[in-house]
Design a protein. Sequence first.
Length: 368
Amino acid sequence: MGRPVSLYFHVPFCKSRCPYCDFYSTTALDRREDYAAALARSVAAAPLGEAYPPTVYFGGGTPYLLGEKLLEVLEAADRRFPLPAGCEITLEANPGDLEGETLRALRRGGFNRLSLGLQAGDSQGLAALGRRHTLEESARGVALARETGFQNLSVDIMLATPGQDVQKAVALADYAAGLGPEHISAYLLKIEPGTPFHRDGVAGRCPDPDQAADIYLAVRRRLMELGYVHYEISNFAKPGFESRHNLVYWRMGEYLGCGPSAASCAGGRRFRLPGDLGPFLAAVDPWSLAIDEGEAGGLLEYVMLSLRLAEGLDTARLAGHGGDAAALLRRAAPLEKAGYLTVTEGRVALTGRGFLLSNSIIGALLGK
């Protein structure tokens, strides 16, 4: 059976590009069939020995746009790495694209977790983010997911967006939770260089950092009141429905990323494929394109990833990553007193306020 190595498939196709998104994407929808075949080739040629995937994730882009071709990719993965019973298989989708027949086929074919990009809970909010679906389509998408057998549903919402305040953000949290998903991802909007939002100066219409902090803490508090566990900086789940795939990333497990711009961590190395559709489609061996990004498992990586999680870091593991537990605990003491973190039985974990300052806190803990 081999060792556990999760699989990620990047599907870059979108009907239109959202103005805040800096992920690699393309609107060349006529290449979808060729792309599905290329993904199947890439997983068949995966540069790993014997392994099995505890989780599989199709992200994007809008991977749902591959339709039932997704099943061909999943079948290729199963031939190369037999999918174990209970494998979590996630598909991202835009609510406005969903069709019952396609969803049923995907559910029968093995997909068992659906992630819907709602982002906003009112028409004004959707328009401000350049989203092409409607509120009615959001509700219809959730209903279709349930009707077609998806019992593990995640929705994405965005915080600190143009014109949003605490009241509107809490109303958004209530809206998302009211749809009944098992998992909610609540991301603070970040204006990335090179995006239309950056070019158009949208940051000036967004809440300032103090207002964004108030929004984040209010939404965190509200979702926890509604029974969601805050298990990672931006993620909330009903007990037992945490994203197992993303936990692989944050707990420094191994994973293989297929497709342009996809990152991998396997065999003690980090590497990625270039964000360029053409070479990926043309390559006989897509892994010949891989760019090595160095050794995995360093101290900064361990601290940074562990502190994304509510469970925090285990000081007993620091030495294995080149760290000094005693020194870190000394540096943690004033931060604990200030309310930014907790230290309990050898574990250091950030509080809600600490999550907002995580980069600065990580630097302080490491003596930077």
